[in-house]
Write a new protein. Sequence first.
Length: 215
Amino acid sequence: MVRYVIIVPDLKRLLQGSVDPTLFIRRNGNDLLMAQIYVDDIIFAASTPELCDLFAKLMCSKFKMLMMGKISFFLGLQISQSPKGIFINQSKYSLELLKKYGFESCDPVDTPMVEKSKLDEDKEGKAVDPSHYRAFADADHAGCQDTRRSTSSSLQFLGDRLISWSSKRQKSAAISSTKAEYIVLSRCCAQILWMRSQLTDYGLGFNKIPMYCDN
């Protein structure tokens, strides 16, 4: 336990995130501790269980607080942790939406896509490096019948893991499909830059981040 005292001797040695002022980080060699504050809730993670336990004891000695144990639910996200990894879903929120709009009795399907569509192999295509940080963006044009505004959608992957996603109606009406694509690209790019800064705070550096959009 001696080596963990070096990384967390007191709370003043935690460094504030460069973009997110509610993120605090402490690094020492291969050891990493991250603490995220949301109003009066704190979630934290570390490179080892021992470091997590040490930080929890330190916080309880400084403040009056209740430790809730391993996180399983936070801000509408259901979180499951196992030796295979950390899995996040919004099944509870999805069920609440179905109930709100009267679709509780509908039968689920594996995918809304037509299964008969045949995809041809791209023999000249290059294999994708799954370790890259990639982003995809797309938008329809005037899809809302009431406002004639388009809907932007974007996905951000780190390796082969989806870590951020968005689907939202645009604030203004685009005069063409190209303009609608420009809007979604700009928002996707802003998200990429913010996430890159966050990853830099974690000690992960990415210089070139490919972004894809069809037209």
